[in-house]
Design a protein around this ligand. Structure first.
Ligand code: FES
Ligand code: FE2
Length: 391
């Protein structure tokens, strides 16, 4: 177990021994305008969503020889994995006249399509999965246009610990492991790279994206909002946290953490005691339920909208048909009941409340310090004083 995770466990054990809540040293506020002001939203788009590495998919979603459209950052992007096993990202924009090379079909979340190349549906230009132009129909009619200038426009990408990262703007390569600032060791210990996609939802709700982030940064609300669903399993507002640059990891104590425990030897033992929850700044959460993990991307298509992309990842040894009913039931409880009817419905109600002008700010108490820290990170990223640590 990584030392930083062991340290959090030690602090969780102290909570058991002393019964003392771990909390911050100060209270604070977040201006209501940060959730509703279109000018603030524009600044976030430019400074954060266009510049920071963002998680686009779990590695298991993109098999060798496949392509996956990804448009949650507001621009058409395609992820590919070529025969060499490497994941890449490009603008999903044909170099001829700009058509999308691959599109999501129907209302279901996009899935990777097996393919040997990307063929434009407009006039049939074809590209290798590494982005090189492979074929132009009637190529001789494009005299004077150098085909070497017509490869797909690549975006910075990297893959680490089972996550595929992409940047929305072309530019220099980055290291995803460096970006995670040590949290990659936690994700490796937890076994994220081995997990497999079971189900994905991709929906838009009427709430600013930061309201759904806030919802996962404090355990203060569990006792009331989730009284009839998950509170029977969780302690009342007992969380230990650690920071890795702007990212965060926490152990949200379950009731079992208040019984004497031995150092957990694996993920299952740890997740019985507490729910490890990582915020990978700016907009992704990993939530380690007792036997599976929720990967949630919270994207920002408009000031008052969040695009919620929840990928349910299950252990590789539990993907058989005999497990299907169990996972379906689990998914319904967590996604449809706890998240949609409780956390997201609350975010939507708050958005309406803030838009009314009733409150000029939100208040955060000492059990909500992580919420304040997240907002300070966003403010610093907008001001340019916080930049991704990308090696
Ligand atoms: S726009 Fe793609 S081939 Fe014409
Ligand atoms: Fe919640």
């Amino acid at each position: 177990m990584p030392a930083t995770l062991a340290d959090m466990l030690q602090r969780l054990d102290n909570v058991r021994l002393t019964g003392q809540r771990v909390m911050g040293t100060e209270t604070g506020t977040v201006p209501a305008g940060h959730y509703i002001d279109p000018a603030h939203w524009q600044r976030e788009q430019e400074a954060i969503f266009h510049q920071w590495p963002v998680i686009a998919a779990h590695s298991s979603e993109l098999g060798v020889g496949s392509a996956l459209p990804f448009d949650a950052l507001g621009a058409p992007i395609v992820l590919t994995r070529s025969g060499d096993g490497r994941a890449r990202a490009f603008f999903n924009v044909c170099r001829h006249r700009g058509m999308a090379l691959i599109s999501a079909e129907g209302p279901e979340p996009a899935k990777a399509k097996p393919c040997r190349s990307l063929v434009c549906p407009y006039h049939g230009w074809a590209y290798e999965l590494d982005g090189r132009l492979r074929h132009r129909l009637h190529a001789e009619t494009f005299d004077g246009i150098d085909p070497a200038t017509l490869n797909l426009v690549e975006l910075p990408y990297d893959e680490a610990s089972g996550l595929i990262f992409v940047k929305r703007s072309p530019g220099a390569a980055f290291s995803a492991a460096a970006f995670l600032q040590g949290l990659d060791t936690h994700l490796q210990w937890l076994g994220l790279a081995d997990m497999k996609v079971f189900r994905k939802v991709d929906r838009v709700y009427e709430a600013n994206w930061k309201l759904t982030v806030d919802a996962f940064l404090e355990a203060y609300h569990i006792r009331v909002l989730h009284r009839d669903t998950i509170y029977p399993f969780f302690a009342d507002a007992h969380t230990v946290n650690m920071h890795a640059g702007p990212h965060q990891d926490s152990l949200v104590a379950r009731r079992t953490a208040f019984e004497a425990f031995e150092t957990p030897r694996d993920r299952y033992a740890l997740c019985k005691l507490a729910t490890p929850t990582q915020l990978l700044f700016p907009n992704t959460f990993l939530i380690w339920h007792p036997d599976y993990v929720s990967l949630i991307g919270m994207f920002s298509p408009a000031p008052n909208k969040v695009r919620w992309v929840h990928t349910m990842l299950i252990p590789p040894d539990r993907t058989g048909d005999d497990w299907r009913e169990h996972w379906e039931k689990t998914f319904r409880l967590i996604e449809e009941t706890v998240f949609q009817r409780e956390d997201i419905a609350t975010a939507v109600a708050i958005q309406r409340g803030l838009s009314s002008g009733a409150n000029v700010c939100m208040h955060a108490g000492r059990l909500e310090t992580e919420v304040l820290r997240f907002h300070r990170g966003i403010d610093a990223a907008i001001e340019g004083t916080l930049v991704p640590a990308v090696g």
